[in-house]
Design a protein around this ligand. Sequence first.
Ligand SMILES: Cc1cc2nc3c(=O)[nH]c(=O)nc-3n(C[C@H](O)[C@H](O)[C@H](O)COP(=O)(O)OP(=O)(O)OC[C@H]3O[C@@H](n4cnc5c(N)ncnc54)[C@H](O)[C@@H]3O)c2cc1C
Length: 490
Amino acid sequence: MSNETSVARRRFLQGATAVAVIGFDPVRRSWITEAQARGGLRRLPRLDGQLVTTPAALAEAADDYGHIIKRTPVAVLRPGSINDVVEMVRYANENRLRIAMRGQGHSTHGQSQVEAGIVIDSRTMNQIHEVKSGYAVVGPGARWREIVAATLPRGQTPPTLPNYLDLTVGGNIAVGGVGGASHRHGAVVDNILELEVVTGTGQLRRCSPTQNATLFNSVLAGLGQFGIVVRARIKLLPAKQLVRLYTIQYPDVASFLDDARIVTIDERFDHVEGQVNADASGRFGAATMFAAKYFDPGAPPNDSALLDNLDFASHTVETIPYGPFLERIDPIIDFLKAAGAWSLPHPWFDTFLPSGTAEQFMGELFSSVTTADTGNANVLIYPLKRSKMRSQFLRVPSGDDLFFLFDVLTFAPPVPAVVNQWVARNTTWHKRAEALGAKRYNIGSANLTQQDWKNYFSPHWTAALLAKQVYDPKNILTPGQGIFPSSFGC
Ligand SMILES: Cc1cc2nc3c(=O)[nH]c(=O)nc-3n(C[C@H](O)[C@H](O)[C@H](O)COP(=O)(O)OP(=O)(O)OC[C@H]3O[C@@H](n4cnc5c(N)ncnc54)[C@H](O)[C@@H]3O)c2cc1C
């Protein structure tokens, strides 16, 4: 064994020396050995994996892609089985410990962190259990990259994929998961067939639209509040081999939005996303649409039919294999890592805007910021349809079927005062967007109150409260989202 400090099979191992650890002292908030034990302590469960307490493991779990919030847990569970998750959730329940699963930690505001609690690292649960025609069964820590590596050789693909393949299926089920195909196939959560979930009381439940449906519907985009996903049966579709990618330039955001509405309503493309570009002075203005049509060799799409009725400045067309298309942002990620931008604070702003107020909100925002005060933000727009996004807890604007996911993916200087100011700015933007009918996409950074969460879940706040009372009555699951007050359930 390495020099890690871990608790496995009730042994606390430090270097070569094994010390018997029998449990957690909820008063002292620390692990205790046989010699320190008092009566009445519930002993640590036997684990197939490891409970790790090294400074490195705790520091990793106390951080995320945002690098803004730091909450240090008392231990990180690297589960060796589903039963480990069941046992640790029960243990947490009995010892007033809070607990959350962490995927790749790509959320930006402490959503997967647990101060003085337990973080379950899903990376040891990344198995692809089964790939069949129409579905795959995967562990919660499976990354999309691992999933498509297993499904594409069998000619199958998940209908909706995020633009970055190193997110986990569990993390995306918790937040929703949006991609360029969502205007046709909905979010990731709209393509889940069945889940195995450990509830906040430590019950392992199988759920689907027809079995334990209330739990199923609560866990999809449930932000980790109602259960920990330990296995997922995800939908697969036949994958086409090739992609015709149209890169279409617009002089301004309004003309991009007009065409995005057209191609979203008629669904002529398989994939649509947009990016807002800055001019030499740093002002955001022009826009690019990335629209793709999937096809098999010998059956190429009709370019002029696909571009018919659109009003753009210029365009290019290229054909690439489907697999590399899915990996299209990898070079950008490599560049960001090499340039040090990956480790900068990322106070992201992400909101679902109604179609009718999108121009107004974006116009106001772009008149108030430039690349200089967003750290050369990557500004993305995904046109979406409410009729395709059916999960009750993935709240999207009401009214018109069409709406847009609008992301301002910032890179902040590592200066706390600036980061705090940008998070506060996000909070102000959210208030303005919500006044225009928007709903937050909960992957970003903002200072949120209980009222903000009630507004977000509205009109399903009561359903969320009831689900919390039933599935996590002691409120131990995923406190980093900050949805339910710490007084709830105690
Ligand atoms: C470079 C980059 C690109 C991105 N691209 C997209 C995109 O295209 N589309 C999109 O929708 N989002 C995108 N995101 C945002 C991303 O979807 C969310 O941040 C997502 O939560 C990250 O997944 P993760 O595996 O890192 O989850 P984490 O950040 O580890 O967890 C997110 C939340 O889910 C909870 N959670 C994790 N696993 C489970 C589980 N098994 N059961 C219950 N709760 C769980 C955590 O406790 C936490 O609250 C991107 C993020 C980055 C950094």
